[in-house]
Ligand binder design. Sequence first.
Ligand code: FES
Ligand code: MG
Length: 569
Amino acid sequence: MTEEKAKGIARGLTNYGDAAFSKYLRRSFASSMGYSREMLDRPIVGIAQSASGFNNCHRHFPEMIEAVKRGVLAAGALPLDFPTISLGEVFVSPTSLKFRNLMSMDVEEMVRAQPMDSVVLLGGCDKTVPAQLMGAMSANLPAVQLVAGPMSTGRHKDHRLGACTDCRRFWQQFRAGGIDEQEIDQIEGKLAATSGTCAVMGTASTMASLTEAMGMMPAYGAAIPAVSADRLRMAEETGRLAVRLIGSGRTPRSILTQEALDNAVTVLLALGGSTNAVLHLAAIAGRVGLNLDLHRLNRISDRTPVLVDLKPTGAFYMEDLHYAGGIPAVMRELRDVLHLDAPTITGETIGDRIEAAEDWVDRKVIAAAASPIRDTGGLVALYGNLAPNGAILKRSAADPALFEAEARVVVFTSLEDLAARIDDPDLDVAAEDILLLQNAGPTSAAAMPEAGYLPIPKKLARAGVTDMIRISDARMSGTAYGTIVLHVSPDAASGGTIGLVRSGDRIRMSVRNRSLDLLVTDTELAARRAALPARAQTRKRGYDLLYDREVLQAEQGCDFGFLVDLPQD
Ligand code: FES
Ligand code: MG
């Protein structure tokens, strides 16, 4: 640590005349906040915090920030929190993904622009942690991630309720006429029972877990419940750690190596985690010049068992994973397929953490590697003329009876078309058909919503159909399930083959062969492509313009082109 860096308030102070004048000026302004000179001479730990009135998951952040500050002060630095964009998953339109890159830019630039020596990233809701990690990788100041922690479950009659897999389960029952309006109203009030992130292995829990797996947070940091006293102790410990990071050389880029990325992918596959995590990992990796290769994901998937029995695919909730042994217990089962020498932000290796993990494991929640829940990983990438750059299927959430299929396709050309026709009693659709949604990818106006979970047409749902093959260039919520192929790339709006599919065509999917093909001749596809109407030009300004120009396809994590692997200062 240089002399200047040891004096937090002094970092980067060359903007106002001579360096001594700058320091004097900044100290005098900081003094107006009531800090003593002793405090202002300490190194500074920034706390990038994403609480907002529009983010229920982050409701308890004031208490967590206080705990982080306690840790920072005790370790001899000065904590200064600052707000960034918050992305409350269900409150942001058209999609929170559209604004993830904007939040990452906010984090990166404010970490760079303000005088701090290390930073605690405090997030939790789906897109916030990826955005913070993307920003931190680019800024490359010592950083440690702290998350909200999962919601605790609620109760309805004898059902445990956790947002939001149970939301879908009960809504499906309501649509099929199994429960009435009064009961669905009661359930609505009980689904999200506490502060914290969605209670299942959705995107937020998956990203928290992968952050721990890649080494960017202390052991056990992912799964401690939001409302537990241990969550506050983790916040305090994170504050102390952020002080230890100053001058340690442990920067985000030194942690996220290819080995750490492989470890994160391995844990993703063992968790049966969210498909969204594939996008986010690709985007985070892209910031350090790494590529999340989907063929590599398939190879890792072939050797990684699913070990964790959480909803949406299993029986348990995130709080159960914590009490069952947490991510260290999962990683211990995976030790033969992990890079044990990968470094972590605490200075331990992943192998050290596994050694130190508690022995006791609840086998109902975390299976032994010798008797896994499934022999192969939760996700698989498919390729073919329908998805030349890949598509993702969460096979652990899908019906294996549908894995090898050739069927007629029923096409919906947009979200509006889907909404207008899916429940039409006259819709020409049968249980064995494939449903396909177009124009919901990253370059569409919809900006890749979680619309890939196409509802089962009402007339089929009422006849007892619970799953069908569904294909789109959209995403799916990490809390959803079904035989659903997502992230088809290139997307329809950028001219991908998926935009050329017509109702009545046939598609062949083979999970065994990792293939997804449209059974239409190249000549016919060329004719269809030639007949496509020109893309409507709507005048764009501001962020919409930037998004349109820069957004990349799914396999590059939908980051912006100009943010990928920027050279460091
Ligand atoms: Fe915030 Fe689900 S809504 S994690
Ligand atoms: Mg979600």
